[in-house]
Design a protein around this ligand. Sequence first.
Ligand SMILES: Cc1cc2nc3c(=O)[nH]c(=O)nc-3n(C[C@H](O)[C@H](O)[C@H](O)COP(=O)(O)O)c2cc1C
Length: 315
Amino acid sequence: MSLQIDLSVHLTPTCALPSPILIASGGLGFGDTLAGAVALEGAGAFITPTLTLSPRQGNHMPRTVEASAGLIHANGLPNPGLEASLVTDIPRLLSLPCPLIVSIHGENTEAWRTLAERLSAIRGVIALELNLTPTALHSDGFLRGDTPNEAETLQYIAASLQTVRAATRLPLIAKLPNVGAEIGVASRAAVSAGADAIAVSQAFPAVAMRLSGRRFRLPGVAGGLSGPAIKPLALYQVWRVAQSVSVPIIGMGGVMNGEDALEFVMAGATAVGVGIANLIHPNTSAQVLAEMRAWMARNGVAKIATLTGIANREG
Ligand SMILES: Cc1cc2nc3c(=O)[nH]c(=O)nc-3n(C[C@H](O)[C@H](O)[C@H](O)COP(=O)(O)O)c2cc1C
């Protein structure tokens, strides 16, 4: 008899996902170019690119540069803004055959509150992911000036979460920044302020050089590095967060196949995001899920949730 595989996971006791494999924020854009070409049946959730209250044009071109085993990107959060998105993107994304999580970023307190209030009125949005990388760090020229110190970073994380927590009953995922505070300390601040789950890793600050012209490649100098190059750093963060808090973790960073995803689960992740791999092939997340399932069948593991954090357990 073949093994019955149970891939379901819980973000909160009442928020169940059909599988642990999520489309990471930005991985498939706002889904407007998918046109039925991508198999999302079985995906745990589709996480939107980060939505802001006002429309954002994004940064100057070029916004992406290839790096060894990854991509450096400095998009600057281009998005149509909340109101336009409520009319176009969100209804379209709600028709996808998987749950929808909306990523938000408030450029100030009022923006965090409005985003949370408006989106919690939309039936079908199952959770909000707070992109907690400060606004200035998303914009062209980021990291030219001072980065926030630890106290400022923790204060920013706590204040943003408290504002959103007071405005919605939806589960809140805190996607932590990679600058300003040690990730374990940052995760504790987020959970104390109301986060139900933690997402790591965000892309890592990086630059790329152009020898001809003796310049940096990106107009804003720095961008965020994603892809296989960051997988060991991201696994470290998952492990650190698992040591620091007891809420579910969404792990991501360079997941290209089922074995990568299982590594994140064993390090402590309840769910796993697939970002840049979708740029190589938009059906990668379905492939990752199939490979995960096949590994579980081969190894006699019936329930994915039993593997979460298994490497951290004694014995
Ligand atoms: C093109 C691109 C766009 C992204 N856009 C967002 C975004 O809007 N909000 C966000 O929180 N993360 C964004 N990310 C970061 C990813 O969600 C993810 O945290 C990171 O890329 C690491 O995973 P990966 O190596 O699988 O891509 C983006 C990444 C890429 C490559």
